[in-house]
Design a protein. Structure first.
Length: 226
């Protein structure tokens, strides 16, 4: 496990849980609106944290924390992920995984071992635009497979899309809706500008207005789990 950051307390990242957040280093996508370039671009990587130090901290906080969020970067790239989550679960913590869905085989393994209690997946755009938005060649069949695995996992989940006009037009949303038609929890989230993004030029482009976002959310949001 390459751990690029560790947040000792979060009240918002794991619904219903007081949690800590582990940030993994490395990602197979290059989305311009990513807010964590230091976890995505190798030339920005810092010396990784020791997994043992993180696990030791979690062990000491078992009376105060309820869950652990594992995010990134893209956690499913990590070779030590199964072992790390196993040890976290053995301490009695619930585990939430954030993923881009590019490795359904890893999701399937984690679910088969009952290592996950919550999954959040970002659906970037319609499948035909995935390469454009992620900046890399992308096997979109794996994205669909991950969506289906999550929907049928039997655990709480959130599928979500960030509303960026150039990446996710109103014409794309019906196609995304087809991907999540069997889901009971899909949400649209507003784009948050940041100079820290991989592509800061997005800050200066025309984006959805608040009324436009509310209209789209009323049409496409599906909130059935939380």
């Amino acid at each position: 496990m390459r751990i690029g950051g560790f947040q000792k307390l979060t009240l918002i990242d794991f619904p219903g849980k007081v949690a800590a957040t582990v940030f993994t280093q490395g990602c197979d996508f290059r989305c311009g609106f990513c807010h964590n370039p230091e976890l995505v671009l190798p030339h920005l990587f810092q010396e990784p944290l020791s997994p043992e130090l993180v696990l030791d901290y979690l062990s000491d906080k078992r009376e105060k924390l309820q869950g652990v969020v594992i995010t990134g970067g893209e956690p499913t790239l990590q070779k030590g992920l199964v072992d790390f989550i196993t040890r976290v679960k053995e301490m009695g913590f619930a585990v939430k995984l954030d993923t881009n869905g590019s490795h359904p085989e890893v999701l399937s393994t984690l679910l088969g071992l009952n290592l996950l209690d919550y999954i959040a997946m970002d659906i970037k755009t319609s499948l035909v635009k995935y390469a454009e938005v992620t900046g890399v060649a992308c096997d979109t069949e794996k994205i669909q497979e991950s969506i289906d695995l999550i929907i049928h996992s039997g655990i709480p989940y959130q599928l979500r899309t960030t509303l960026i006009k150039d990446y996710c037009s109103e014409e794309d949303l019906p196609y995304i809706q087809l991907l999540v038609e069997k889901a009971d929890h899909y949400v649209l989230q507003a784009f948050t500008p940041s100079e820290k993004m991989i592509d800061p030029l997005l800050n200066h482009q025309d984006q959805y207005t608040k009324p436009e976002i509310e209209k789209l959310k009323a049409q496409y949001d599906k909130k059935g789990i939380l």
